[in-house]
Design a protein around this ligand. Structure first.
Ligand SMILES: [Zn+2]
Length: 199
């Protein structure tokens, strides 16, 4: 028994987990490829340039979505990573029950657009860039990794981040720390450092 409260000498929990949908995690092409590429084989620099933007949750076809037109209305810098905070924001996101509630997702064209802009890493506070139930299509994921046409082995998506309101939109250094697990996705701990003094 791995429980001091139940009489053993030490606590020793057995943890079973799925990185997707259960907390902040970073995933690679292996999420949708038969080769099941490992996210820990992606060459991640210790620090990369990142822009934090905020996008409103909007309505389209009866769903909550992030829309390409709103993204295009922002001034996007040339950075390796784009961090997308959805509005409204709040620390309720840390404990929100997203499953089974058809949560907000990305209009699929956003993923093609961001790929064509040259981004390698995107981070979002949503549970997925795609619709919760889409018949297994994962259209946005396929557009982002350009799979199967031109697979982008070094591109990642990080989901279920949380960006507090104390971080202003702007430019940051991003340290995207991954747990060293050989799998298509791993729990991650993105930390950002402002490149300009915060207001
Ligand atoms: Zn995921």
């Amino acid at each position: 028994v791995g429980s001091v409260a139940q009489g053993s000498g030490a606590n020793c929990d057995i943890v079973q987990y799925c990185p997707h949908g259960n907390g902040t995690h970073t995933e690679c092409l292996g999420h949708i490829s038969p080769d099941h590429d490992s996210v820990n084989q992606v060459g991640l620099p210790a620090f990369m340039s990142a822009q934090l933007i905020s996008l409103p949750v909007e309505q389209k076809d009866g769903d909550n979505m992030l829309l390409l037109a709103s993204l295009k209305s922002l001034d996007l810098e040339k950075t390796a990573a784009l961090i997308i905070r959805t509005l409204p924001n709040g620390d309720w996101k840390g404990t929100h029950q997203w499953s089974g509630n058809n949560p907000c997702y990305f209009e699929a064209d956003i993923l093609r657009f961001l790929r064509q802009c040259g981004y390698e890493h995107i981070l979002t506070d949503l549970p997925s860039v795609d619709r919760e139930e889409d018949g297994g299509a994962l259209a946005g994921h396929h557009l982002w990794w350009d799979f199967p046409a031109h697979p982008r082995k070094n591109a990642t998506i990080t989901e279920l981040i949380y960006v507090p309101d104390t971080c202003a939109d702007g430019l940051y250094l991003l340290n995207l720390q991954l747990a060293p697990v050989e799998d298509d996705a791993a729990p991650s701990r993105p930390v950002i450092f402002p490149l300009k003094a915060q207001p």
